[in-house]
Design a protein. Structure first.
Lengths: 276, 258
């Protein structure tokens, strides 16, 4: 188990002064798993990201990244295993060109120039950022700056990729690009933990949903089941995304939550109807 | 009567050869909700900066054509965390920052701040330090700060990007109620699925130009679906090969399916 465990929260509590953010939170994520961290604004999701990246330490309990206790590791050491994109990702950028920014992480890890170059180009490639590689990060739109930060995280080739609202403000084509890039990263054995309010993106990209409610773990189950249950989602401040809502409303067999599956099922059922 | 009128506007950012917007004409009337949709980089954010009077005045650059604004405008940027004053230790004071700088009397400030907090459903946050808020909470505080200045034209760039479903629904309800009071609302959003119930008009921007303009039913048209800008339900119908006209919303789809 210890070999495949990418992340574990064990009885974690954390507060900002007297504002409790997390209480008694426990869960585990295995290598290759794609997990959505969901919940209302202020439920504690971004606090989880801070603890995973070592920017804070739990008041109680332990956060494990693989077999490392984050309490014993500095954030720059954790960067060997954790790549992250924060909610306000433009605050993560500082270099003069996008390419330089993406290569900062691998250079800081002390990798060879050749390896730095390979990772930088692959990350730019994964998100189709080559046309913007020579631009200053602050000349880019907020959406592109977000993608730039994501490319920087991918270039670390982390065993655990943690993303906080990676699709906020992105159009559908960019969201699909992000989905492909992170799915591919997970396909190479990395674990994904994605904080998101974009349940359509979660449905397309991720497989398991952990929901926080006022700092406590409220639910942990397969996303396709969770997203098609309006009654379960409502008390958690969430609503089914359009594909899941349509699946339920039309009573589509198998209740698909991904667009491709739903389109396929819709075509099949409609075909069957016109034949009968 | 119009609150905002853009006539044949072309805009260049500083030191760029290609315009970010080209020959754009657009009106917003009182009580009207106009939504801009497009791929990233299509010019929606630029158009909003012009509408709010920030471009070229603050951004620099050059504008051709004419902009008529017969009202005070307030804008919520797509990066609301950059709009925090940094001068306030409570959410109440943060929301009061704008009105106080307009030189209003104290009772007017109090009235508008309390009302804005109520409308964003964040009254319980009033005494919190803005620095301790989550991203979505902060987004609502910034919107409240703009509303507290009582603008006649409300300009919103991705106002629900970081909000949970409840918060997003509350913002869309708020947009409708602002329009019902006679304010004009000009917004850009990638949440096109919300627009059929919110927008009076939809403007499709493509590479800085207005490609189409019309009612929200535009979002179920083939060309918009092909560009990935139609509603999810319309896109699904099209992907399933079920023939136009496509349903716009889940409700439309259910009617069609029966």
């Amino acid at each position: 188990m210890a070999l495949t465990r990418a992340l574990a929260f064990d009885g974690v509590a954390f507060s900002y002064g007297d504002v409790a953010a997390l209480s008694d939170v426990s869960f585990e994520i295995a290598a290759g798993e794609r997990v959505a961290l969901l919940g209302r604004n202020g439920a504690g999701k971004s606090t989880v990201v801070r603890l995973v990246t070592g920017l804070g330490h739990p008041d109680e309990g332990t956060v494990w990244v693989g077999d490392w206790d984050t309490a014993d590791r500095a954030p720059e050491e954790l960067a060997w295993r954790v790549g992250s994109v924060f909610q306000h990702a433009d605050q993560q950028l500082f270099a003069r060109t996008l390419r330089e920014d993406v290569s900062f992480g691998p250079r800081a890890l002390g990798l060879s120039p050749r390896e730095v170059r390979r990772r930088t180009e692959e990350a730019l490639d994964a998100l189709d950022l080559h046309p913007h590689a020579a631009q200053h990060p602050y000349d880019l739109s907020p959406a592109l700056r977000k993608l730039a930060a994501l490319a920087g995280a991918l270039a670390l080739e982390p065993a655990l990729l943690v993303l906080d609202e990676p699709t906020a403000g992105l159009d559908r084509a960019w969201r699909a690009r992000v989905a492909d890039a992170v799915r591919e990263h997970a396909g190479r054995g990395a674990a994904l933990l994605v904080v998101t309010q974009d349940l359509a993106f979660a449905a397309e990209t991720l497989e398991r949903g952990i929901v926080l409610d006022r700092g406590r773990l409220a639910c942990d189950e397969p996303l396709d089941r969770l997203l098609t249950s309006a009654e379960r989602l409502k008390p958690l401040g969430l609503a089914p995304p359009p594909v899941a809502a349509l699946s339920v409303a039309l009573d589509l067999p198998g209740r698909p939550v991904r667009e491709r599956d739903a389109a396929h099922t819709l075509a099949r059922v409609a075909g069957g109807r016109s034949a009968s | 009567m119009r609150i905002l009128g853009l006539d044949d506007v072309t805009f260049w950012y500083p030191a760029t050869a290609n315009p970010a917007l080209e020959n754009v004409s657009l009106d917003v009337g009182p009580g009207e909700i106009v939504a801009l949709v497009g791929r990233g980089g299509a010019g929606a954010s630029t158009l909003l900066l012009i509408a709010a009077g920030l471009a070229p005045r603050v951004t620099g650059g050059r504008l051709a054509g004419s902009v008529n604004r017969k009202a005070r405008a307030g804008i919520v940027l797509p990066t609301p965390w950059t709009q925090v004053s940094g001068m306030a230790f409570t959410v109440w004071d943060e929301v009061a920052f704008g009105p106080a700088n307009l030189g209003w009397p104290e009772h007017a400030i109090t009235h508008h701040v309390d009302r804005a907090l109520e409308r964003l459903e964040i009254t319980p946050l009033a005494s919190r330090d803005p620095a301790t808020l989550s991203g979505g909470e902060l987004q609502r505080v910034i919107i409240a700060g703009i509303l507290a200045m009582d603008p006649d034209l409300v300009v919103l760039d991705e106002p629900t990007a970081e909000l949970d479903s409840e918060g997003a629904r509350a913002v869309w309800r708020l947009v409708r109620s602002l329009a019902a009071e006679g304010k004009g609302v000009l917004l850009a959003t990638s949440d096109v699925d919300a627009l059929p119930d919110v927008a009076d008009r939809v403007v499709w921007l493509e590479q800085g130009r207005v490609r189409a303009l019309g009612e929200p039913s535009l979002l179920a048209e083939d060309a918009m679906c092909e560009a990935g800008l139609g509603t999810t339900v319309a896109g699904l119908w099209r992907a399933a090969g079920l023939g136009a006209p496509y349903p716009l919303t889940v409700v439309d789809a259910v009617q069609r399916w029966r």
